[in-house]
Design a protein around this ligand. Structure first.
Ligand code: IPM
Ligand code: MG
Length: 360
């Protein structure tokens, strides 16, 4: 098993170090090799995704990824910004299927800004298409407008774009995931306005015919954003495009108390995958040892399950995480909101506690 470890920027190095520690404690036959990615790679090599980093990722069975981005790179030309590293990896590795589970741990029910009865037992799986849509549409750029409200003015444009096969393959991923769960899929789009969304909806209806055991319903994205906070438990598998999925997955993460808890997996058609926390690089708290490493540790568990065929080890990690939460250990983001008797811990202490719980 070969794992490329790309920690990236901000809190990336701190949280990935804890996940690596947990993986090492499992004593599996696993080779881990690290490389620079994001802003730190730009500083060292002049590019956020240097060729050597990309080659390492391509040659690995899986990539364990931290986070990229820092405000100090905001002035760079877009192609050199840290975010291009993660977008480049998704594109180059063909990671079209992004799994973002939003699970509310019973111990953290009080940490959510929503009422406990709305989120207790919550278990949603967001499946986000990750290599199409307005993120990767062409053409894009700047020009002088020839029509619209202000002809002659400078305008910028990005193109929202989806092809039938792109929608079909993410549809299959969603229906197959639903077959292993409660057999319901909600497809989210904006077909009342957008042609890409109408194609999305039409294709989802067609793919659904191959899964008669799964119930499909459709929701417009604005309504979905509202329903996620009004009645989140009515969702099970939610499948949507790249842009809507980006926004809705951040929203769903906060239902669970903290975005610091949510792992993610991005897979290609060969089950090669990139595993990263759903949160970003949080430069405001970087280097202070207070970031929550659990999202990354849980991403490592997803990596073991999806790409490395080590389901038993994945389960050991997930059980250990539940155990440390039950013991009352909390990083700052989840501290003080879930009842009495909790202990505030640092990033490293949380990682150590998960390692200790593995042994039990
Ligand atoms: C995410 C992030 C990325 C995205 C950024 C960093 C490019 O927000 O993984 O959700 O928009 O996909
Ligand atoms: Mg995002």
């Amino acid at each position: 098993m070969k794992v490329a470890v790309l920690a990236g920027d901000g809190i990336g190095t701190e949280i990935v170090a804890e996940a690596v520690k947990v993986l090492k404690a499992l004593d599996l036959k696993m080779e881990m090799e690290s490389a620079l990615v994001g802003g730190v790679a730009y500083d060292a090599h002049g590019h956020p995704l240097p060729p050597a980093t990309l080659a390492l990722a391509k040659a690995a069975d899986a990539v364990l990824f931290g986070a990229v981005g820092d405000w100090k790179y905001d002035k760079l030309e877009r192609q050199f910004r840290p975010e291009q590293a993660i977008l480049g990896l998704r594109k180059e590795l063909g990671l079209f299927a992004n799994f973002r589970p939003a699970i509310c741990y019973e111990e953290l029910v009080g940490a959510s800004s929503l009422k406990p009865e709305l989120i207790s037992g919550l278990d949603i799986l967001i499946i986000r298409e990750l290599t199409g849509d307005i993120y990767f549409g062409t053409p894009r750029g700047r020009r002088v407008a020839t029509d619209g409200h202000f002809p002659g003015a400078e305008e910028a444009f990005d193109t929202m774009r989806y092809s039938r096969p792109e929608i079909e393959r993410i549809g299959h991923v969603a229906f197959q995931a639903a077959q292993k769960r409660s057999k319901r899929v909600t497809s989210v789009d904006k077909n009342n306005v957008l042609e890409t969304s109408q194609l999305w909806k039409d294709v989802m209806v067609e793919v659904a015919k191959q899964y008669p055991d799964v119930a499909l319903d459709h929701m417009l994205v604005d309504n979905a954003a509202m329903q996620l906070v009004k009645e989140p438990k009515k969702f099970d598998v939610l499948v949507t495009g790249n842009m809507f999925g980006d926004i809705l997955s951040d929203e769903a993460s906060m239902l669970t108390g903290s975005i610091g808890m949510l792992p993610s997996a991005s897979l290609n058609s060969k089950n090669q995958g990139l595993y990263e926390p759903s949160h970003g690089s949080a430069p405001d708290i970087a280097g202070r040892g207070i970031a929550n490493p659990l999202a990354t540790i849980l991403s490592a568990a997803m990596m073991l399950r999806f790409s490395l065929n080590q389901a038993a080890s994945a389960e050991r990690i997930e059980t250990a995480v539940k155990a440390v939460l039950a013991k009352g250990l909390r990083t700052a983001d989840i501290y003080g909101k879930g009842g009495a008797g909790m202990t505030k811990v640092s990033t490293r202490e949380m990682g150590d506690a998960v390692v200790a719980a593995l042994a039990n």
